[in-house]
Design a protein around this ligand. Structure first.
Ligand SMILES: *[C@@H]1O[C@H](CO)[C@@H](O)[C@H](O)[C@H]1NC(C)=O
Ligand SMILES: *[C@@H]1O[C@H](CO)[C@@H](O)[C@H](O)[C@H]1NC(C)=O
Ligand SMILES: *[C@@H]1O[C@H](CO)[C@@H](O)[C@H](O)[C@H]1NC(C)=O
Ligand SMILES: *[C@@H]1O[C@H](CO)[C@@H](O)[C@H](O)[C@H]1NC(C)=O
Length: 269
């Protein structure tokens, strides 16, 4: 009897510590209605939760918006909080994320497209974006809104089964401090694997013309942290050996829109 209770006790303790099953909405879509594949998933209210994500990404020159809802446990991104960075004029990544675990289907409210701000905040960052070892010719650019950090990273941009090395510099939200070498940021069109670099506080834009006579060194000689080390080591890593990992767990969101499109085309023809 005693041993029976002793056996049961850990199980009882475990269940109470493990929380309760939470039901979350699931869906995806390219508009806020998030109307495709509506359904539910279940997650633990302590170790997991419900998630709502709204993305606006313009890296290829067109506005790519995606909305989805899912369980937190199935969200593979290392960054699970809102993040934004701007790597050129009109080239940005904005991901708005809302987590909740306080009620079933707590992720049902519409999460709007992250719009950013055009109001300059008095800070600036070197800014550029380059793919496939092209020169990231940065120019110092004013930051806007809550983008008060400078991001400077090289890495790999995974898109479906293919990937390209990238270099990205620009203004970023404070949450970009969580971006470290080895971090993956997952979005619907891309996974960013940040390989090398850092996020630092943005510098103030000089209010008067910089006193070029006294301290020109600070502004003219940014530390040569940019392309060369990564460029020399990256090529060996671009072999096809690890070409599929980005797709794995996220293939649902990546491929369903395409499949649905194909189906629609089939149906309409
Ligand atoms: C999870 O659910 C249990 C049971 O309803 C509740 O006691 C606990 O506070 C919840 N935990 C969280 C983090 O919401
Ligand atoms: C970098 O950009 C500046 C101005 O945007 C331009 O003058 C310069 O030639 C560019 N450098 C290279 C190597 O492309
Ligand atoms: C310029 O750099 C020096 C040392 O590198 C530093 O002490 C000084 O504060 C810097 N000045 C500005 C305006 O950043
Ligand atoms: C990041 O993503 C890449 C490509 O999908 C994968 O190989 C790697 O294991 C991921 N790293 C982490 C820490 O999740």
């Amino acid at each position: 009897m005693v041993s029976f209770i002793l056996c049961l006790l850990p199980a009882l303790l475990a269940t109470s510590a493990q929380g309760q099953t939470l039901t979350c909405n699931t869906c995806f879509g390219q508009t806020e209605t998030c109307k495709f594949a509506p359904g539910t998933c279940q997650d633990n209210n302590v170790t997991g939760g419900c998630l709502s994500v709204a993305e606006a990404i313009t890296l290829d020159g067109t506005q790519n918006t995606n909305f989805y809802k899912q369980c937190l446990s199935s969200y593979t991104s290392d960054i699970k909080v809102p993040i934004s960075f701007t790597v050129g004029n009109g080239k940005y990544v904005r991901i708005n994320i809302k987590q909740c675990n306080n009620a079933d289907k707590c992720n049902s409210p519409v999460l709007g497209v992250p719009t950013g701000s055009t109001t300059e905040n008095g800070l600036q960052c070197p800014t550029c974006f380059a793919l496939n070892f092209a020169l990231c010719n940065s120019s110092v650019t004013p930051c806007t809104g809550d983008e008060t950090y400078c991001i400077d990273f090289t890495g790999f941009l995974y898109q479906g089964p293919s990937f390209s090395p990238f270099e990205a510099k620009g203004c970023a939200s404070a949450s970009a401090q969580a971006v470290k070498p080895g971090t993956n940021l997952t979005s619907t069109p891309y996974t960013f694997y940040f390989f090398w670099g850092k996020t630092v506080q943005a510098e103030k834009i000089p209010t008067s013309p910089p006193p070029t006579t006294t301290t020109p060194a600070n502004t003219t000689n940014p530390p040569p942290t940019t392309a060369t080390p990564a460029n020399t080591t990256l090529p060996t890593q671009t072999t096809r050996s690890g070409s599929s990992p980005a797709v794995g767990t996220f293939s649902f969101a990546l491929y369903l829109p395409g499949l649905t499109g194909l189906l629609l085309v089939k149906l309409l023809s």
